[in-house]
Design a protein. Structure first.
Length: 239
């Protein structure tokens, strides 16, 4: 893998500081002189790093006023948004919107999969479901998350639509982080197992409408559990 340029390194470090909340949305980023001293690089390097973030719509330059951090929903870099969703502190809005995205894509994928899923893939779903049950009983969080992700991955590929699987690939890291956060609650694991059982049954019946409804029910339960057990209710209302 090629090494990042110094400009890229500084841009990443600035993004890290933004995601960590040091520079919240709407705030002014320090000037080139201060940033060059902080990151121990030249002002030219800082200028180019800031231009990189500006091109991704993470920063916005207002002539005569300064450089400001833009709101997350205006960022133009999927990678940066995913980093914010997985590493950001208490970003309730991003967590909810991630489930909304999954709901839009996975319900459709499940509907397609009902018509196209193979016998082997149905067997794989049951295998992952059994692993989820076993991990729940043995209190093995890592194994539970792994089996949960694998269950959904089978459905995405069973949809037969190459774009669905490709779109979800960049989401894997943030989904893994979120699953580990939510699945730490035994109640959420129980809900997930129940809904996964319903999804598997709907797919086995090859009923597209039932499969869509089963996945939609799972997404709604996931959203409800996230708000109930993980997120600050006041934060979700502000979102």
């Amino acid at each position: 893998m090629a090494r990042k340029s110094l400009v890229g390194v500084v841009a990443d470090e600035l993004l890290d500081r933004i995601i960590a909340g040091e520079f919240p949305p709407g705030s002014v980023v320090p000037g080139e002189l201060e940033l060059s001293a902080k990151h121990e690089v030249s002002r030219m390097t800082v200028r180019e790093a800031m231009k990189t973030l500006e091109a991704q719509r993470i920063l916005s330059v207002e002539r005569g006023r300064g450089t400001f951090v833009t709101p997350l929903n205006q960022w133009g870099s999927l990678e940066a948004v995913l980093r914010a969703a997985s590493e950001g502190t208490n970003d309730a809005v991003a967590a909810v919107q991630l489930i909304e995205l999954r709901r839009m894509l996975e319900t459709g994928a499940c509907e397609l999969a009902a018509e196209r899923i193979s016998g082997q893939e149905l067997s794989d779903l049951q295998g992952h479901l059994e692993k989820m049950r076993g991990a729940h009983e043995s209190n093995d969080l890592d194994a539970f998350v792994k089996a949960d992700l694998a269950f959904h991955d089978v459905i995405l590929h069973a949809s037969g639509n190459v774009f669905v699987a490709v779109l979800f690939e960049p989401l894997h890291r943030v989904l893994e982080a979120r699953r580990a956060e939510t699945s730490a609650f035994a109640e959420i694991q129980e809900h997930a197992i129940s809904h996964h059982r319903n999804i598997a049954a709907a797919l086995e019946s090859r009923n597209s409408n039932e499969a869509r409804l089963a996945m939609d029910g799972h997404m709604q339960q996931t959203l409800d559990d996230l708000k109930t057990y993980v997120l600050d209710p006041a934060a979700t209302r502000r979102g």
